[in-house]
Design a protein around this ligand. Sequence first.
Ligand code: NAD
Ligand code: TYD
Length: 353
Amino acid sequence: MNYLKNILVTGGAGFIGSHVIRLLVKKYPDYRIVNFDALTYAGNLSNLSDIEKMNNYVFVHGNILEADHISAVFNDYDITDIIHLAAESHVDRSITDPLAFLKTNIIGTVNLMQAARKAWEKDYSKHMFYHVSTDEVYGSLGPEGYFYEDTAYDPQSPYSASKASSDHFVRAYANTYGLQTKISNCSNNYGPNQFPEKLIPLMLNNIRHSKNLPVYGDGTNIRDWLFVIDHASAIDVIFHKGRVNETYNIGGNNELQNIALVHILCDLMDQKMGKPQGSSRELITFVKDRPGHDHRYAIDNTKLTTELGWSPSVTVVEGMKKTIDWYWDNEEWLSDITSGSYMDYYKRQYSLN
Ligand code: NAD
Ligand code: TYD
């Protein structure tokens, strides 16, 4: 079959990538979606078990640090577009191993654009390189203000510095070589399939098993929560309708202090488990703060909502309920992960024996 587009999605076995792939494979039967993923600790093909047999879906096990393999995939599948999500994505890991972030997030991104140049340079106008980035490139906010698309970059962690650098390279390739690009910078995602080292799945797993809930510092740091399925729909809209070489911020308009969020999770889980209200809150333990912990992130998404008509489909409480239900019903998914090397990481990070 001749596909209308052959889209290379990198990092498609991860949290956000798997939702993006599910949306594209189901919504666009005339596109072929090629999932290119190294299956690091964060990649999990079972995230896609419901669509893996669909004709317009292909999985290729590969690393974006291997330039020759990327070029071969361009040839094998006649890649027309890229949606690039593969990354090292956890701030705490970037503090202990910054070089891994530099390699995957910066060099890996440049490798992909080099392959794209080689394959597409005869006519860039038919092709798109869509780069998925983070609001963390803008740094940390005080109590007032928002991140806009033209907010100056001020990354504060090795993770955000590597993502900021990759964004700069994407703009440089558009400016220097004429590659057509789009960048989106989104706020903290939550929802099904998130690896349980991130705040929400970690808390849900610990609440369920009556383990301590480690809140960094005093818990007053603020994040702006975006439901992952809404993020995938925003990527779809920007990919198809966004202006070329533009940046769009994606946020859920859901700012919450970490401690307030943990309280919501505890209370919803108490209801779910039939426990007296307040029981799970007793598990909250304030632990040593993350070094250089960004205080507040908050996105202004006016450009996306007014220009492209996108809006989030759920409120934060609706999204949290859906998320809790998913983790509750998919205990096996979680227990497969919370064994082996994940537990070693967990013990190291939280100084457990
Ligand atoms: P994730 O850690 O869940 O998944 C990353 C995926 O990339 C995994 O499947 C992993 O196997 C793959 N990968 C890692 N290194 C690779 C390599 N060298 N070659 C090929 N594949 C590799 O991440 P996520 O939360 O789904 O994030 C996806 C993207 O969205 C990232 O670029 C991240 O920076 C960005 N982002 C995430 C959030 C969030 O809240 N999760 C917020 C803003 C931006
Ligand atoms: P995280 O999910 O790691 O995302 P990010 O650092 O990219 O924002 O953390 C979200 C917030 O929750 C952040 O302020 C750090 C905090 N946090 C805790 O308080 N305890 C934890 O165990 C974790 C993992 C995070």
